[in-house]
Design a protein around this ligand. Structure first.
Ligand SMILES: Cc1ncc(COP(=O)(O)O)c(C=O)c1O
Length: 392
């Protein structure tokens, strides 16, 4: 064995001893509310397939047609020969949907966040980041020369004290629109108020909100009534908007144009494949003209959150389809998830280091494609397994 393999082997053993080694469960079917795992049909409560579009027939059809018309791949970055009419259409469609001046596509939202801060901020500038922001924001900020401030999760007093402390040229406040471990929606309205008071810009990563949070699915800004006051939105096509992959940043023309000129994950990475682009256009089109999916998801969320509390579980978060069911003890959370799997309910337990020590939970993720019967079946299983393990 080479030295590197020995070093990594011992690190991997340590991860296993700590109980945080991730085994990937293999899904043997398409992504749906009911999937096959290990030859067994299970109800799926762990995908970010919020609007059930991951295997939507219209979207599949659009992707297949796109391959016929536009080919499979482009073999190029955007600025060389990787921009087709459809890429411009998708950028325009996202801008129209969110009411922003312009939009730039990336291969993922991880890349979008990774390529934002170092491109638009310099050392005279400062970034104020929520402590629970996504890893891609943390990494993106690390790459930039801007002064860095980290404020306590959703704590407006802490944010304000940091804004007062700074005399930077440009101040940029950055928050996840929704914190995905807790299912909480960021107080974007209060953030905007502070931004006005201290002449700062606001950037929101709306990966867990675009398409379904807010009356028209325009995200946490719409939910908080301040969508038009948010300066920069980053988000993904990998969750509600079809669930495949790809990300984007929507902002002013100058910000987007600067990203096109200088943002490294955009300049030095391949163009989004045509099938994805056309399928994402279709996803936005479906959401824009029909609010039923959003309403159904909202109904499912209210029903499930109410029922799970009623049977005695403690639940975190706002009225978001991410439902963290608090178990606190990591081993109990694993035991409950395993027992639920026996009952054909597929959920994931989260424990340290993904969440703070002693805060283990089962994270249920709801979709508009879950039926009432499926939700009832899962509540029944949660009740029986929770009782058997003395959790409720
Ligand atoms: C808040 C947040 N930002 C960024 C990302 C990355 O998105 P993508 O999968 O498009 O890279 C995720 C995905 O997990 C996310 O939850």
């Amino acid at each position: 064995m080479k030295e590197i393999d020995q070093i990594l082997q011992s690190q991997l053993n340590e991860i296993k001893e700590q109980g945080t080694y991730k085994n990937e469960r293999i899904i043997e079917t398409a992504q749906e509310s009911e999937i096959n795992v290990n030859g067994k049909k299970v109800l799926n409560f762990c995908a970010n397939n919020y609007l059930g579009l991951a295997n939507n027939s219209e979207i599949r059809e659009a992707a297949m047609k796109a391959i016929q018309e536009w080919g499979f791949g482009l073999g190029s970055v955007r600025f060389i020969c990787g921009t087709q009419t459809i890429h411009k259409e998708l950028e325009q469609s996202v801008s129209d949907f969110l009411g922003m001046e312009d939009t730039i596509l990336y291969s993922s939202c991880f890349d979008a966040n990774g390529g934002l801060f170092e491109t638009i901020l310099e050392q005279e500038d400062a970034v104020f980041s929520d402590e629970l922001n996504h890893a891609s924001i943390i990494d993106g900020i690390r790459l930039s020369k801007a002064q860095k401030f980290r404020y306590k999760n959703c704590d407006m007093n802490d944010l304000e004290s940091k804004l007062i402390e700074s005399s930077a040229r440009v101040k940029l406040i950055v928050t996840d629109g929704v914190f995905s471990m807790d299912g909480t929606i960021a107080p974007v309205d209060s953030i905007v108020q502070l931004a006005n008071k201290y002449n700062a810009l606001v950037m929101v990563d709306d990966c867990h909100a675009t398409g379904f949070i807010g009356k028209n699915g325009k995200g946490s800004g719409e939910h908080c009534g301040v969508l038009d006051k948010v300066d920069i939105i980053s988000s993904t096509f990998g969750k509600a908007l079809g669930g495949a992959s790809g990300g984007f940043i929507s902002a002013s023309k100058n910000i987007v144009d600067t990203l096109r000129q200088k943002s490294r994950p955009y300049l030095f990475s391949n163009s989004l494949a045509p099938a994805l682009v056309v399928a994402c256009l279709k996803a936005i089109n479906i959401i824009s003209k029909n609010k039923n999916l959003i309403l159904k998801l909202h109904d499912n969320t209210t029903y499930f959150r109410d029922q799970i509390k009623e049977i005695g579980y403690e639940v975190k978060g706002d009225s978001h389809p991410i439902v963290p069911i608090m178990i606190y003890d990591a081993k109990q959370a694993v035991a409950l998830s395993e027992m639920l799997l026996e009952e054909n309910i597929y959920v994931i337990p989260f424990s340290f280091p993904v969440v703070p020590k002693g805060q283990a939970r089962i994270r249920v993720q709801l979709s508009s494609s879950h039926t009432k019967e499926q939700l009832q079946h899962s509540i029944k299983a949660f009740r029986e397994c929770g009782k058997a393990l003395n959790i409720i």
